[in-house]
Ligand binder design. Structure first.
Ligand SMILES: [Zn+2]
Length: 142
């Protein structure tokens, strides 16, 4: 991790504090190009927007996929105050972003929360109906 990485991570932590001050969960993130220039910043707004997906990492991954060409996305780094959750990690993987740098790990975050405050897994069933469900999918991926 370079001095520039730490500078940009500190900005992500500032955004996290700002999210909390606005009444939201304390998480912030930004995107920086290869020269360290900030391209976009976001804060968690899940409470004020009444949107469970309003994590800064997800908002930035969607922005990158929409606004950046693939080469620029691949040269872009996300700096985030905390390791992305599973939802955001999936979006980041699809966005084409080249790198993620985080401050708190998910494990470190858990030590700062009351016990049992995470989200339970939703019971799920499957696979089922393979012969029917494969019809709209077959031939799509080439
Ligand atoms: Zn997330």
């Amino acid at each position: 991790m370079t001095h520039d990485d730490e500078r940009l991570l500190r900005r992500a932590v500032e955004l996290a504090a700002s999210a909390r001050a606005d009444g939201n969960p304390p998480f912030g993130s930004l995107l920086a190009g290869p020269d360290g220039a900030v391209l976009a910043e976001e804060r968690n707004t899940s409470l004020t927007d009444h949107d469970i997906t309003a994590h800064p990492e997800l908002k930035l991954a969607r922005w990158a996929a929409r606004e950046l060409d693939p080469a620029t996305a691949a040269a872009t780094t996300m700096y985030t105050s905390c390791q992305p959750c599973g939802m955001c990690a999936g979006a980041i993987a699809r966005s084409g972003l080249g790198r993620v740098v985080y401050a708190l790990s998910g494990e470190q975050l858990d030590t700062l929360k009351p016990p049992g405050s995470g989200f339970p897994d939703v019971p799920s069933e499957g696979p089922a109906l393979f012969d029917e469900a494969r019809v709209p999918v077959e031939g799509y991926y080439r």
